[in-house]
Design a protein around this ligand. Structure first.
Ligand code: PGA
Length: 251
């Protein structure tokens, strides 16, 4: 595990965008695993700038998003499909046929999940997976007590996650209570992983993921077992880490 500590959200976003951009430069037909939420918004903005400056080309890139709310259609403004299109894809030359996001309206959820896994495998597997982290340590929508061997599946959202995500909805009652999410096993099969965290409210989860016991109670702790994972954290998110030890062991 590598840990990059930066001063603020902007620096975190730039570092993350640079890593994604390098991946695309080195392998133009990269398969990217993408995340939603507030945290990666700055990274997407930076990537758009890098694209506009002519440094990267998305034409051959394939993407798989981590998750989608169950019961929301693509054109619903709260759906992750809408988020990805508005905040990122529409500003790039990505081929939308190479964009994959679980279908929250699928009639047969099991089939949807199996097909999603199959598509990831058929694409050659995820080269670089971008992750955020929930206050409860979730990655994707893999909530505490998830089975580490889970692949893409339907999840029930944790009370904490529903509360945290209600800021994007008119009222908490509108927040879907379930979602389709890549599983921990799917995430762990990615060749490289970067995890972004910003703000004090993520400090406990980040510390647990780095220094805590590897336990399904804190899903992100499983990343300690991945051979190529980099945390990019700002000062506040790193505030519970022992920075001297981090410098020695992780940088
Ligand atoms: P956030 O969500 O970026 O909106 O804080 C992160 C997550 O839940 O993974």
């Amino acid at each position: 595990m590598r840990i990059i500590c930066v001063d603020n959200y902007e620096q975190m976003s730039k570092k993350a965008a640079n890593i994604v951009a390098s991946q695309i430069i080195l392998k133009p037909n990269s398969v990217l695993g993408l995340a939603t939420g507030s945290t990666p918004l700055g990274m997407y903005k930076q990537l758009i700038k890098t694209y506009e400056a002519g440094h990267i080309d998305f034409q051959e890139v394939t993407t798989f998003n981590l998750d989608e709310y169950y019961g929301l259609s693509r054109d619903n403004k709260q759906s992750y499909y809408y988020y990805m299109y508005e905040n990122f894809f529409k500003h790039t030359n990505i081929d939308m046929r190479k964009v994959n996001i679980p279908n929250g309206m699928a009639k047969d959820i099991n089939e949807e999940c199996c097909e999603y896994e199959k598509k990831i495998r058929k694409s050659g597997g995820i080269d670089l997976q971008v992750l955020g982290i929930g206050r409860n340590g979730h990655i994707g929508f893999n909530e505490p007590d998830i089975k580490f061997e889970a692949t893409t599946h339907m999840v029930k959202l944790d009370e904490q996650t529903i509360k945290d995500n209600s800021r994007f909805f008119k009222s908490i009652d509108e927040v879907p209570t379930s979602a389709i999410s890549m599983g921990i096993k799917t995430i762990m099969q990615s060749r490289k992983i970067i995890l972004l965290a910003s703000g004090e409210e993520k400090a406990d989860a980040v510390n647990g993921a780095v220094n805590g016991k590897i336990t399904p109670e804190l899903p992100a702790s499983v990343l300690q077992l991945h051979p190529d994972v980099t945390f990019i954290v700002d000062k506040e998110a790193a505030s519970k880490l022992d920075l001297e030890k981090i410098k020695k062991d992780y940088c």
